[in-house]
Write a protein that binds this ligand. Structure first.
Ligand code: SOE
Length: 401
């Protein structure tokens, strides 16, 4: 007996490296986990490296592989363009896709600079008004059940005082590690700042529901020259003969003030020996503290007054009552990093069907971009900098969604 046939959103993916794989995995599995969404159609994957696109197509079930992203944007049988390229291409691809009336999911950070991000928000706004096109930024860390719980706990916990967040990696400690696109400003926009601290900024603003409005920062490049990579994929690479100049930061640290009073301390680096991928965030409110570490993704550390039994407790965020968990396994049967991409795909597909705007949208991405910009200005000037005011039309964008 055949089940009812439902038509799913038809997806075209641009980019076949690390994020291309993570997103492919999500599109391929989202409907198996979340029964409420129709199975998306994996129409075509595109990469400058045709062989890699073909390989990804074979592995995850993309119908076709392409070399030129424009071919995807032109196709009438694609509803959504998923942008998993280096930042330098985000604007061109996203704007073209939105102008063609397609939904867009774009990897973070939204763009390599403010001007591009502002143009992307304008295109998103027009496409939303014209055809209800979604324009979502891939801040996947928001989609961990523990982050949802952190936000819930804080919403009833009194005045917020501190945000303490760090994103520590160590894949550049070896000076022989080659120069990949992530170390080239013209490709990546910035280094640890855009790649890692952007996650922290989005999370901090999301969890607290408050915007960062001023920052004081420093940025450092420890190794200024590296051999240019002959080949690279994700965070691995092999060296070529030529020497290249590293044009991004290896590490960044900044303090900040949020709109309603809390203070923030942020650090992101690719030189923290032993820390492979450690994203930590802690928020102190008057009546509670919450702490999350992405290397222990199923846990939320919570402190709350409890009549003499207070102390930091580790909550296993795997109960059916926790965000997304109803669709997964029985309590205690844990999830990993990749699941956040499945959650992202689910939320986007539901938003498309229901016509509800999915967050974080491009305007949220622009707000993060403004903070990144202020951090760079502050490091350059060695002075506090104000986060540039939002454009008037997006000035009331509420972060609490
Ligand atoms: C590499 O530094 C990276 O893959 C980032 O680009 C991702 O955003 C982060 O989630 C993991 O590290």
């Amino acid at each position: 007996v055949k089940g009812p046939r439902r038509t799913g959103v038809r997806v075209g993916l641009v980019g076949s490296a690390f994020m291309g794989r993570a997103h492919s995995f999500a599109w391929a599995n989202v409907a198996s986990v979340f029964g409420e969404v129709s199975r998306p159609e994996l129409v075509a994957v595109c990469s400058r490296d045709r062989g890699r696109a073909a390989e990804l197509a074979g592995r995850y079930g993309w119908g076709e592989s392409e070399e030129d992203w424009r071919r995807l944007v032109e196709r009438a049988d694609i509803d959504l363009i998923d942008v998993c390229t280096p930042g330098a291409l985000h604007k061109e691809i996203s704007v073209a896709a939105l102008q063609a009336g397609k939904h867009v999911l774009c990897e973070k950070p939204l763009a390599n600079g403010l001007t591009e991000a502002v143009a992307m928000v304008a295109a998103a706004q027009e496409a939303w008004e014209a055809v209800g096109a979604q324009a979502v930024v891939g801040f996947n860390v928001r989609r961990f059940p523990a982050i949802r719980l952190a936000k819930d706990v804080l919403s009833g916990a009194g005045t917020l005082r501190h945000v303490r967040a760090s994103y520590l990696q160590d894949w550049l400690v070896d000076p022989e590690f080659p120069m990949t696109w992530r170390l080239d400003r013209s490709q990546a926009g910035s280094g640890a700042l855009g790649d890692l601290a952007s996650h922290l900024i989005d999370l901090a603003q999301y969890i607290t529901g408050q915007q960062i409005f001023e920052v004081s920062s420093l940025m450092q490049t420890f190794v200024a020259q590296r051999h240019v990579a002959a080949a690279s994929s994700g965070l691995s690479a092999t060296s070529g003969a030529d020497l290249g100049h590293v044009t991004v930061d290896d590490a960044v640290a900044f303090v900040s003030r949020f709109a309603d009073g809390p203070v923030g301390a942020f650090e992101a680096t690719r030189f923290a020996t032993g820390h492979r991928n450690s994203l930590r965030i802690e928020v102190n409110a008057d009546d509670a503290t919450v702490g999350f570490d992405i290397e222990r993704p199923n846990e939320l550390v919570v402190y709350r007054p409890d009549g003499g039994l207070e102390g930091f407790r580790c909550v296993n965020v795997t109960e059916g009552a926790h965000a997304y968990m109803q669709a997964w396994w029985p309590p205690g049967h844990v999830l990993g990093w990749d699941h956040s991409f499945i959650h992202q795909a689910r939320d986007l597909l539901i938003g498309i069907v229901e016509g509800e705007k999915v967050r974080p949208d491009f305007a949220d991405g622009l707000q993060v971009q403004r903070v990144l910009d202020a951090v760079e200005r502050s490091a350059r000037a060695k002075q506090w900098q104000t986060v540039q005011e939002s454009e008037p039309s997006y000035g009331n964008h509420v972060l609490n969604d």
